[in-house]
Every structure is written in structure tokens, then in C-alpha cells.
Write a protein that binds this ligand. Structure first.
Ligand code: DC
Length: 202
């Protein structure tokens, strides 16, 4: 049997960076489950029905470089409230979680709905202001025009939708280790995550 690590939390809290580093440290496979919702969101922006898009999703769809835009992120958050969309994506995620060599899944509902029996659960968070500042800096570094207040408003809008929906809302599992990265370096956050997983392994 594999070893599953569930890493949940809001956008730009450092989940992705931490998940990749934790997966590399333990030699586990990594699935960014946000990409599933982004791939569906991107299809919806192209005019496809969300439920049909979710049911037709294949692994290659996750490799589309266009999934990282702010428009696709908002579309992903909107399709993620639809129960039938979520249901269509469950089996793929559960099979990934149980692969033999161990798995890290990051998202919003991994420790609560997809894999409540995960051997280690983390909830990675940070204040909305810190997360918006990180996202803003990323956009500016990429040469994009970005206004901090707009980025902050988008972060807050997505948090409210992701945490407020009826189906599988974003919430820390009762047994998750919460890591607030607001005042932490990336190295410190990765070390804290690895230490929490090590503690769950013993
Ligand atoms: O992690 P991300 O920013 O790529 O996620 C995009 C959206 O997808 C997020 O706002 C909500 C949704 N999502 C979800 O509902 N459940 C997940 N496990 C992962 C993402």
C-alpha cells in the first residue's frame, strides 16, 4: 500500500512549491489537483459544457501551458462549485493517491473528501495580503501589468467561493497540521512540511 500526503490550502499560500519539494524529498509522485479544475475551466471558457468537459478530461489535458492564467483560475473556481464536475474527477484523484510508490496531492479538499484516510495531512495557508503580494510579484516578474488591489480582490473572491461552496469546501481537516507561511521563507516552510510528514511516518 502507498503512503498518501494531502496538502490543502488557498491559492498562493505556497502549497505548490511545498508539495513539489515534499514529493521530491520522499520520492513520491505529485498531483496538483487544481490543474484538473483549471483544465475544465479552460474548456468552459472555450464554450464547452462543464460537466461534459470534466467527464472527457484526460491526463494530457493537464500539461496545457495556458492553464496558469488568472482567467482560467477564476473559471476553475467557478466550475469547482458544481457537484457533478467534482464527482467526475474523484476516481482519478483517489487512484493517484493510492499508487504504490507514495503520492502527494495538493488542492482544497484532499484531506477532507478525496483522501480522508491520508497518512499525512497539511493545510498550508497565509494571509490574503501576503498571498496577493506574492502573486503580484510573480506577475510583475513575468512582465505582466498587474495592480496589487486587483490581485488582492481576485484572491479574496476565490477564497470566498472555494471556502463558501456547499460541495467539498476548502477547509482544514481536523487532523491536518496547519502551516501559516505568512512570515516564513520557502526553505522554512518546506522544512516544516517535511518535519510534519516525518512525524506522521513514525
Ligand atoms: O490550486 P489552484 O489555484 O490551481 O486551483 C484552481 C481552482 O480549482 C480553485 O480556486 C478551486 C478549485 N479546486 C478545487 O475546488 N478543489 C481542488 N482540490 C483543487 C482546486
Amino acid at each position: 500500500m502507498g503512503f498518501a500526503i494531502a496538502i490543502d490550502g488557498p491559492a498562493a499560500a505556497g502549497k505548490g512549491t511545498i508539495s513539489k519539494a515534499v514529493a521530491a524529498h520522499f520520492g513520491f509522485a505529485h498531483l496538483d489537483t487544481g490543474l484538473l479544475y483549471r483544465a475544465v475551466g479552460a474548456r468552459v471558457l472555450a464554450g464547452v459544457d462543464p460537466i461534459a468537459a470534466a467527464r472527457a478530461l484526460v491526463a494530457e489535458d493537464l500539461e496545457d501551458a495556458g492553464l496558469r492564467t488568472a482567467d482560467v483560475a477564476q473559471a476553475a473556481s467557478r466550475v469547482a462549485v458544481i457537484g457533478a464536475v467534482r464527482a467526475a474527477l474523484v476516481d482519478f484523484q483517489r487512484a493517484f493517491a493510492r499508487r504504490a510508490g507514495g503520492a502527494v496531492l495538493d488542492g482544497r479538499d484532499i484531506g477532507t473528501v478525496i483522501c480522508p484516510e491520508a497518512e499525512a495531512k497539511l493545510f498550508v495557508t497565509a494571509s490574503a495580503e501576503v498571498r496577493a503580494a506574492r502573486r503580484h510579484a510573480e506577475l510583475v516578474a513575468r512582465g505582466a501589468e498587474a495592480v496589487f488591489e486587483t490581485v488582492l480582490a481576485e484572491v479574496k473572491e476565490r477564497d470566498a467561493r472555494d471556502a463558501g461552496r456547499a460541495e467539498a469546501p476548502m477547509v482544514a481537516a481536523l487532523d491536518a497540521v496547519v502551516i501559516d507561511t505568512s512570515d516564513m521563507s520557502i526553505d522554512a516552510a518546506v522544512s516544516a512540511a517535511i518535519a510534519a510528514v516525518e512525524a506522521a511516518r513514525t
